[in-house]
Design a protein around this ligand. Structure first.
Ligand SMILES: Nc1ncnc2c1ncn2[C@@H]1O[C@H](COP(=O)(O)OP(=O)(O)OP(=O)(O)O)[C@@H](O)[C@H]1O
Ligand SMILES: [Mg+2]
Length: 265
């Protein structure tokens, strides 16, 4: 019998701290203000990216949060881009370490705030690439440089971004949508060998009738000590969201979904 979150004793404190962080993060995301400035290092790097022609023009800000700002830009041939710029803030590095240490892909992370944030940004790029290779629907990653990540923009060509699943009032076929997302979680674990770690209606975009997973910087290898706890939390968030649209008889339990994935691992 596989243990569920409640009787799982590993790193209880870490999980508790994490829950608090998620709560404040959600609040910030909900009240995201438009604004923000670049620090000196980011400006230098942005200029390099601009000079290389990867980004042709910055158009505006899409989102401003505690960890990062996301901008809309145009690249070569007027291709719309999303540019995520991580803030060099020592406050963020404390909890970020929990998702880096123990991931066999990142052995040397450095101690300075800069180095940790750069690793974090590279981690999001690697996670996006790894997911994409295994048919998980995520924005295509294009470039990562220090604290700057350039990726495919999901939304209209005029810069209006896709809605988050949280902001969708009606789903035509919620059971199908739920099963699609559970399948994405399963593929992520079994094929990409990753657990998202912050999956919820806040980090899923909905565009042209399709769900697209975003914000994958915290995703960990399935060999990370907390991977089972994060996996259960992701499943729980997704089931909670879809249960608003679906009769409870048609919503599986967290344990059912979790055990099905584990059986195939
Ligand atoms: N590729 C993209 N295309 C369109 N919009 C995007 C893209 N990536 C992010 N966004 C928008 O920016 C918002 C914030 O992005 P994301 O969730 O990746 O950042 P975050 O880590 O949650 O940042 P913070 O918590 O600091 O706000 C998303 O909710 C979404 O609206
Ligand atoms: Mg987010």
């Amino acid at each position: 019998m596989i243990k569920l979150e409640d009787d799982n004793k590993i790193n209880r404190l870490e999980v508790k701290q994490d829950k608090r962080r998620m709560k404040t993060k959600r609040k910030t995301e909900e009240h995201a203000a438009v604004g923000g400035v670049f620090d000196k290092f980011t400006l230098v790097n942005l200029n390099k990216i601009l000079n290389k022609g990867i980004i042709k023009e910055f158009v505006g800000i899409i989102s401003s949060g505690k960890e990062a700002n996301v901008y809309f830009a145009f690249g070569e041939d007027d291709v719309p881009l999303a540019v995520k710029i991580y803030k060099i803030d020592p406050q963020n590095t404390k909890w970020m370490k929990n998702y880096i240490i123990g991931d066999p892909r990142f052995k040397k992370i450095g101690t300075s705030t800069h180095k940790i944030i750069y690793t974090w940004c590279k981690k999001e790029f690697k996670n996006l690439s790894q997911m994409k290779r295994h048919d998980i629907i995520v924005p295509t990653p294009l470039l990562s440089r220090d604290n700057i990540l350039v990726m495919e923009f999901i939304g209209k060509n005029n810069g209006s971004p896709a809605k988050r699943l949280k902001d969708i009032d009606e789903l035509v076929n919620p059971i199908e949508e739920m099963n699609f997302m559970l399948d994405q979680i399963s593929k992520m674990y079994l094929n990409a060998h990753l657990v998202h770690g912050d999956l919820s209606e806040f980090n899923i975009l909905y565009y042209e009738g399709k769900q697209i997973i975003i914000d994958v910087s915290q995703a960990v290898s399935i060999y990370h000590i907390n991977a089972p706890v994060y996996l259960q939390r992701d499943i729980k968030n997704v089931l909670n969201y879809f249960s608003k649209f679906i009769d409870s008889d048609n919503v599986p339990s967290v344990q059912e979904v979790f055990e099905k994935i584990m059986k195939n691992a």
